[in-house]
Design a binder for this molecule. Structure first.
Ligand code: NI
Length: 204
C-alpha cells in the first residue's frame, strides 16, 4: 500500500537496511497491473527458513525504496502469504512489521473510508470503504503465533495487503466503471512499453 502523506525518503533508511552479517539485500521488481500474477492466491508459509527471511529483508528494502507503507510478497512475484508494513510517521523511528500467514478473525460492522493507493497501480488513488477495525492472527518472523487488534490506517493497510495475498486489488472495491477504466489505462501503458522496447531492439 502507498500513502502520499507518508512518503519516506529512502536515503534515510540506510541505517535500518544495513546488515552486519554479510547478507546482501536486494530491491526486487514490483509487479504492476495488469500482471496476471497479482491475481494468484498465495500459498501459506510452511517453514520460516533462510529463504523467507531473505524475502522479508528484500521486501522491506523494496517497500522503503518505493516508497510504500505496505507490501505483499506477491507484489514482488512470490506467491507466499507474507506481508511487510511500516506505518511509522517519522523517518528515523521505524516500526517494521511482518505478518506471515495472516488471517482475519473478526471485523467490525462499522466501516471507514481511506484514500488508498498501491505500489502495483502507481499514481492512482481512490477512496475505499472497509471495516474500520479488524482482529488478525499471524506468525511473526520467529514463527511465534500472534494476534493484533488493528484500527484506523493499520486496519486498512492490513486488509489491503491481505487482499493482495488472496489475489484481490483495491480497485476491486470500486465501481465496475472505475475499475474497468484503470485496468484499461494500465493495459494500454503496458502494451505501449512492450512496443517501444521492441522498436528499440529492431533499431539496435
Ligand atoms: Ni497494494
Amino acid at each position: 500500500m502507498r500513502n502520499e502523506n507518508r512518503r519516506i525518503d529512502p536515503a534515510l533508511h540506510t541505517n535500518y537496511i544495513a546488515r552486519h552479517d554479510g547478507v546482501t539485500m536486494a530491491i526486487r521488481e514490483i509487479l504492476k497491473l495488469p500482471d496476471k500474477r497479482l491475481r494468484l492466491l498465495s500459498e501459506p508459509v510452511k517453514a520460516i527458513d533462510a529463504g523467507i527471511r531473505k524475502l522479508v529483508d528484500d521486501m522491506f528494502e523494496t517497500m522503503y525504496k518505493a516508497p510504500g507503507i505496505g507490501l505483499a510478497a506477491i507484489q514482488v512475484g512470490v506467491a507466499k502469504r507474507v506481508i511487510t508494513m511500516d506505518l511509522s510517521k517519522k523517518e528515523d523511528d521505524h516500526e517494521p512489521q511482518v505478518f506471515i500467514n495472516p488471517e482475519i478473525l473478526w471485523q467490525s460492522q462499522e466501516r471507514a473510508k481511506f484514500e488508498e493507493g498501491c505500489l502495483s497501480i502507481p499514481d492512482y488513488y481512490e477512496e475505499v470503504e472497509r471495516p474500520c477495525e479488524v482482529k488478525v492472527k499471524y506468525l511473526d518472523l520467529a514463527g511465534k503465533k500472534r494476534e493484533i487488534d488493528a484500527k484506523g490506517l493499520s486496519a486498512t493497510c492490513l486488509q489491503h495487503e491481505i487482499d493482495h495475498i488472496n489475489g484481490v486489488l483495491f480497485i476491486d472495491h470500486l465501481s465496475k466503471l472505475k475499475r474497468d477504466r484503470v485496468i484499461k489505462k494500465f493495459t494500454k501503458a503496458a502494451k505501449s512499453a512492450t512496443t517501444s522496447s521492441a522498436t528499440k531492439n529492431v533499431e539496435a
